[in-house]
Design a protein around this ligand. Structure first.
Ligand code: F6P
Length: 342
């Protein structure tokens, strides 16, 4: 068999570990070859490739980012691109395409499968918002970075008796925010799934202050939104791929807290630090298992599937089902986290 592999969407730690595992399993176990497409679907549309073998993958296991490059381009943006993608796959004699991506890239893969491509999905994203898998790779690394950052902010917050507002990634869901907030003892955590009332947030901070506990850490997921009508926010900006450009809600939250409570308030936006650099051991292991399982699914010709983690077993689920809706923060988890708010 000859497999193609691409990495799409925002990069995340563990992408190279998946690529390495796909190559290793395909070459060693199946005597198959693998070609990498550069910059996500762009490489498939424009036949821009890189040969991959065990030698080219040496040393990439702990390396962050992706040796293939990535983009948010899909074959559904411009007329004729899907046909170009099909022509590339035919010219390269690709039997199956392994698509490593998040919500956008995998939804596109599901659609491409119905349009006649042979596709296997691998769930990537620091946001951990893909359904039917208990984890996406990259999340554990981002969680570790966010937790470490909040730990560090505690001491400076305490020294100055300040409120620290920490913004973490989480476009539609608050998995990083809730878990990092829980792990590092946040005073309050605001997530996209539960619109917040800034008046209630401030009341809680004042109550805590009145009890003599001054410093507070408020964790805000970048996609968190106020209850409509309770706080003005800047209108959303949209990038060239129709993605809302997030980042900055923490500044609004901080200025409201300072204005309403009078407490000195500072902001830290963790941003791309959360998805840069080396993957955690757990992400290296998960990425490697996903890569091996994706190569197996391709060789079984079980197309249209996504590899997934369920009860610590690697399974396969239909790409269409996995991308039908996002995986939100579980109510029980949020309830446990909220016991420690203010
Ligand atoms: O989807 C992963 C993610 O890191 C989100 O948490 C974040 O909102 C988004 O990517 C940022 O994407 P970009 O690289 O396009 O700025």
């Amino acid at each position: 068999m000859r497999l193609g592999v691409l990495t799409g969407g925002g990069d995340c730690p563990g992408l190279n570990a998946v690529i390495r595992a796909v190559v290793r399993r395909s070459e060693r176990h199946y005597n198959s070859s693998v070609v990498g497409f550069l910059d996500g679907w762009r490489g498939v549309i424009h036949n821009d490739t890189m040969d991959l073998d065990i030698e080219t993958c040496r040393g990439i296991l702990p390396r962050g980012g992706t040796i293939l490059g990535t983009s948010r381009i899909t074959p559904y943006m411009n007329d004729g691109d899907l046909d170009r993608a099909k022509a590339t796959l035919a010219a390269q004699e690709i039997d199956a395409l392994i698509v490593i991506g998040g919500e956008g890239t995998l939804s596109c893969a599901a659609r491409a499968q119905t349009d006649g491509l042979n596709v296997i999905g691998v769930p990537k994203t620091i946001d951990n918002d893909i359904s039917l898998t208990e984890a996406t790779f990259g999340f554990d690394t981002a969680l570790g970075i966010a937790t470490d950052a909040i730990d560090r902010l505690h001491t400076t917050a305490e020294s100055h008796d300040r409120v620290m507002v920490v913004e973490v990634m989480g476009r539609h869901v608050g998995h990083i925010a809730v878990r990092a907030g829980m792990a590092a003892g946040a005073t309050m955590t605001l997530i996209p799934e539960r619109p917040f009332d800034i008046a209630a947030v401030c009341e809680s901070l004042v109550r805590r202050h009145d009890l003599g506990k001054y410093a507070s850490i408020v964790v805000v997921a970048e996609g968190a939104k106020p209850v409509p009508g309770t706080m003005d926010i800047a209108p959303d900006e949209v990038d060239e791929f129709g993605h809302i450009r997030l980042g900055g809600i923490s500044n609004r939250v901080a200025s409201e807290i300072e204005r309403r409570t009078g407490y000195e308030t500072r902001v830290t936006i963790l941003g791309y630090i959360q998805r840069g650099g080396t993957p955690s051991p757990a992400d290296r292991v998960l990425s490697t298992r996903f890569g091996v399982a994706a190569a197996d699914a391709a060789h079984d010709r079980d197309f249209g599937q996504m590899v997934a983690l369920q009860r610590d077993r690697i399974t396969r689920v239909a790409l269409a089902d996995a991308t039908a809706e996002l995986k939100l923060v579980d109510d029980e988890l949020y309830e446990a986290a909220s016991q420690f708010f203010a």
